[in-house]
Design a protein around this ligand. Sequence first.
Ligand code: HEC
Ligand code: HEC
Ligand code: HEC
Ligand code: HEC
Ligand code: HEC
Ligand code: HEC
Ligand code: HEC
Ligand code: HEC
Ligand code: HEC
Ligand code: HEC
Length: 317
Amino acid sequence: MIKTPGCWNCLGSVITLLMLLCCFTQAVGDETIEPAAEYSKGAKQCMTCHKEGKERQAHEIFMTPMGISNAPDSPFAEGAHDCETCHGPSKTHRKKQKDGSRLSPAVTFDAKTPAETQNEVCMACHNDEHTMHWPGSMHEQEEVACASCHKVHAPRDPVLDKLTQQEVCFSCHARIRSETFRNSSHPLRFGEMSCSDCHNPHNGNNDFLLISSTVNDTCYTCHAEKRGPFLWEHAPVTEDCTLCHNPHGSNHAALLKQRPPLLCQQCHSPGGHPTTAFTSEVAENSFQQRFLLARSCVNCHSQVHGSNHPSGVTITR
Ligand code: HEC
Ligand code: HEC
Ligand code: HEC
Ligand code: HEC
Ligand code: HEC
Ligand code: HEC
Ligand code: HEC
Ligand code: HEC
Ligand code: HEC
Ligand code: HEC
């Protein structure tokens, strides 16, 4: 008789406790739709499902510099969370929900996760000389994700390979692709050059993401002979090579935006001698034809980039 109320008391408190617990989990459920984030016990647990041969395989990361676990700052190093260093705590992803569906990992590198969140994961380790100018760059501002260019689950990241890089860029820059297929272009198609010879896709410091602070300095890295200084400079050359050339390609010779004489006549109106474009109808004699045929104005003004000849003032020699 003495014990009964105690037992009832006991039962009562268990019930209240249960009710409290229910309320508590209910509250948690209401506020933070996602269940508490927990890490798994390492890559082994993920690899039971994501092994070679499966549709969504992941093993190739172990063939990359990042997958080499003895690098002290690798995602697979001692103290890091292996796969979940990047994909975030994903314990709940491993078990199916009651309805048979599967929750995604905390971070996926597709449209389900905002680019900014994705990029924070990468920047946590890659805040070095390669990427320090990323903040503020055109690609960062346009919310391009690191993973839109980089493949980390591939033994050779295509964007780091000269032959395959452009295809990655062309997936967004289709017009540039068509320009590189014109008659005259830099040898991009053959993997002898790549976009990143002129552009640094991470660099927010320079216009057009160029590797150097000006267009000309970018060109001089390979065309040093055009730098001068010349005794007789040609003003537009020292100003900006792209006044006359399209770096990606052109249907005119030598990547020219226009062919002479039209190219030259954009700036030169008739002066000391007529710079009229003689058409085939009016170019009757050989003098006039020199203005029209072959390289036109450049037949005589051959030193179009500048002259070092004492009497090269009109860049003819
Ligand atoms: C029991 C099997 C299983 C385990 C264990 C497992 N996954 Fe998955 N995972 C899947 C399946 C199945 C899919 C495809 C689901 C889908 O497409 O909806 C998937 C998809 C993914 C995706 C792509 C998700 C997306 O939405 O694009 C990622 C990333 C991923 N898993 C990472 C992990 C990580 C990291 C681990 C370890 C913490 C892990 N998985 C453990 C079965 C598993
Ligand atoms: C936990 C730290 C860590 C995180 C997070 C991380 N990386 Fe790395 N990453 C490394 C290490 C370490 C290397 C190897 C560096 C080396 O060998 O010089 C590396 C190398 C690379 C390389 C060069 C690969 C090569 O083949 O040369 C690229 C590209 C790269 N990471 C991109 C990314 C991207 C994209 C992300 C985000 C999805 C990311 N990383 C997240 C640590 C990390
Ligand atoms: C628009 C495409 C693009 C985006 C976006 C991009 N990268 Fe790159 N990344 C490249 C290219 C191209 C290279 C090779 C540069 C070179 O050859 O000089 C590179 C090189 C790297 C390297 C050096 C690899 C090596 O050679 O050792 C790292 C690390 C890297 N990127 C990390 C990142 C991170 C982190 C992000 C996101 C903050 C990112 N990248 C965003 C295109 C991109
Ligand atoms: C350095 C960051 C990083 C690490 C570490 C990492 N992943 Fe990923 N994961 C990514 C990125 C970025 C993608 C997008 C595709 C790509 O870049 O190859 C991705 C995509 C995936 C996908 C989807 C693939 C598909 O076919 O759609 C799966 C599954 C996946 N990862 C599983 C894993 C597993 C399992 C591990 C551990 C063995 C792991 N990831 C480690 C960054 C990472
Ligand atoms: C020889 C150097 C050089 C190479 C190689 C090069 N670019 Fe450019 N790119 C430039 C210069 C200079 C500009 C800025 C002036 C201009 O547009 O004429 C530019 C501008 C751009 C622009 C912005 C302007 C526009 O026309 O839309 C994009 C996008 C671009 N480049 C993408 C690429 C891609 C993708 C590749 C690789 C297929 C590539 N570039 C290869 C030099 C180069
Ligand atoms: C996921 C899409 C995407 C990929 C992949 C991509 N870009 Fe871009 N890029 C953009 C967007 C968006 C802009 C903003 C301007 C625009 O729409 O052209 C841009 C702008 C640029 C510009 C012009 C910057 C300026 O100041 O005008 C250059 C140069 C450029 N990208 C080069 C590259 C190169 C080189 C690659 C390959 C290594 C590349 N991009 C890959 C989306 C992409
Ligand atoms: C990474 C080195 C590199 C850079 C940077 C570079 N070029 Fe070139 N350029 C080349 C190569 C290689 C060729 C092809 C030479 C050949 O075929 O003999 C070339 C050829 C040319 C040609 C002649 C094309 C023809 O059909 O005769 C022009 C014009 C030219 N480049 C202009 C530029 C301009 C303008 C820039 C700066 C925006 C620039 N280049 C930057 C390497 C470069
Ligand atoms: C005023 C217009 C103009 C400007 C500006 C200009 N070029 Fe040219 N470039 C030409 C013409 C015209 C040709 C073709 C010459 C010929 O047919 O002999 C040419 C040819 C070339 C060639 C291939 C033939 C050779 O001489 O090697 C290269 C490389 C070149 N230019 C690089 C450059 C660079 C680099 C710059 C900037 C420093 C530049 N050009 C600025 C007009 C220009
Ligand atoms: C973007 C404008 C521009 C283009 C295009 C251009 N030039 Fe010029 N050129 C100039 C300027 C500016 C000067 C300097 C004029 C001065 O000092 O009075 C100049 C100077 C000259 C001179 C020396 C004139 C003198 O009085 O000393 C000659 C010759 C010349 N250019 C020929 C050409 C030829 C040939 C072409 C086509 C291949 C060409 N230019 C294309 C802007 C241009
Ligand atoms: C048959 C050879 C020849 C051709 C073709 C030629 N020029 Fe000239 N040009 C000269 C000579 C020689 C001079 C120097 C004339 C002088 O000192 O009186 C000159 C001078 C110039 C000058 C400086 C004139 C001044 O007002 O001081 C310019 C600008 C010029 N040429 C532009 C052009 C343009 C543009 C073309 C193409 C439409 C062209 N030239 C075609 C031979 C030629």
